[in-house]
Design a protein around this ligand. Structure first.
Ligand SMILES: NC(=O)c1ccc[n+]([C@@H]2O[C@H](COP(=O)([O-])OP(=O)(O)OC[C@H]3O[C@@H](n4cnc5c(N)ncnc54)[C@H](OP(=O)(O)O)[C@@H]3O)[C@@H](O)[C@H]2O)c1
Length: 339
């Protein structure tokens, strides 16, 4: 076997710098498991952690990345939820299993305050372990934790999208792509907003019933109203944030629901009143619980859904993967394979 290695976020080397260091095989404590990581993937949040713009600062030297998959190679005392040989991932929040999200849940995150997945080995708290759908490859299974679960939670909680309802996805980052795939599994009619013919074609192939190109139709909210007979959509999955909030509100039905997923600076208040006469609801969510993750995995397994991957990088090219997510305009997840 090759030398075990873990990457560490190293602020001393400037933004984007990762330092690779040899890694000993960890010994699991009680109710912990150790996995041999096979693949990990990046989220926009991982760039924010590097840049210092994420609401939760990274612990200096932390092993980055919340999303990854591996094989359980050791279990600590009292572990009952996983066994050696299982193929597993972990929840984004180390301790949010179910029920309402609390502040205490969000301050403990893999790849930020707890060592994450960009390493040969990762130590997972037993309660955070999630088994992955068997039909997925390792790179595919390594994409689910953050973008997959937040899109699932947006469309399935607190009440699920019903067949025949209309879902609008805004943006074509990974959250929106999972949103299209999940909305399809819920039997919804899907309208997607994007910025080019190339992406429009790929969104249609993924399941979008209609795509509006915002570069040609800057007032896309009017086009959404036209395509819904003036009614607006039942659900908006806004994976952008403040720049699209008002348009998302105008696209929504009188009693519609908007889930705001895009990062929103805490200091950035909404401009004006976009609501007009509507009584639609907006909620903000941060990923989802383990229960949400497990429900999503059951649906993915039944539908044999496959996440969209844009590019897979080698472990030694981890910094290039970060650069590619920042500047490459990927359509789908950026994954790192771990040999
Ligand atoms: N709350 C959570 O739990 C959670 C979880 C994951 C991610 N996030 C956040 O969700 C956001 C999306 O992340 P992501 O990884 O899916 O995507 P991303 O890589 O940040 O891409 C966002 C996409 O949005 C579109 N876009 C950008 N500016 C726009 C504008 N002004 N109007 C309309 N569309 C615009 C672009 O797609 P087109 O070129 O197709 O238009 C772009 O590719 C980020 O802010 C991320 O931090 C939040």
């Amino acid at each position: 076997m090759r030398q075990a290695v873990a990457y560490h976020l190293d602020p001393a080397r400037g933004a984007g710098a990762l330092t690779a260091a040899p890694q000993e095989m960890p010994v699991p404590g009680p109710r912990q498991v150790v996995i041999r990581v096979r693949a990990a993937s990046l989220n926009r949040r991982d760039l924010m952690l590097v840049d210092g713009t994420y609401p939760l600062p990274a612990t200096p030297g932390v092993v980055p990345l919340s999303d990854g998959v591996g094989e359980v190679i050791a279990v600590g005392d009292d572990v009952t939820r996983a066994a050696v040989g299982d193929r597993v991932t972990a929840t984004y929040f180390v301790r949010w299993v179910d029920g309402p999200q609390r502040r205490s849940h969000v301050v403990e995150q893999y790849g930020a305050t707890h060592p994450g997945m960009l390493a040969t080995y990762a130590v997972l708290e037993e309660d955070s372990v999630v088994h992955v759908p068997g039909h997925l490859t390792d790179p595919e299974a390594a994409t689910l934790t953050c973008a997959g679960v937040v899109a699932w939670a947006a469309l399935s909680t607190p009440s699920p999208v019903r067949p025949g309802e209309t879902v609008l996805t805004v943006g074509s980052g990974s959250v929106a792509l999972f949103g299209v795939q999940h909305a399809k599994m819920h039997g919804a009619r899907i309208i997607s907003i994007t910025s080019s013919d190339r992406k429009a074609e790929r969104l249609r192939a993924l399941g979008a019933d209609e795509v509006i190109d915002r570069s040609r139709t800057p007032d896309w909210e009017s086009a959404v109203l036209d395509r819904t007979g003036g009614d607006g959509v039942d659900h908006v999955l806004d994976a952008v944030g403040m720049p699209t909030l008002a348009k998302s509100v105008r696209s929504g039905a009188y009693n519609g629901r908007i889930t705001m997923i895009g990062a929103m600076p805490a200091t950035d208040p909404p401009a004006g009143n976009p609501f007009g006469a509507s009584y639609l609801s907006i909620r903000r969510i941060a990923v989802g619980s383990r229960t949400d993750f497990e429900a999503m995995n059951r649906a993915i397994a039944v539908h044999r859904m496959r996440p969209v991957i844009d590019r897979v990088f080698a472990f030694e090219d981890a910094e290039a993967a970060y650069r590619y997510l920042r500047t490459g305009d990927p359509f789908g997840k950026v994954v790192i394979e771990i040999p």
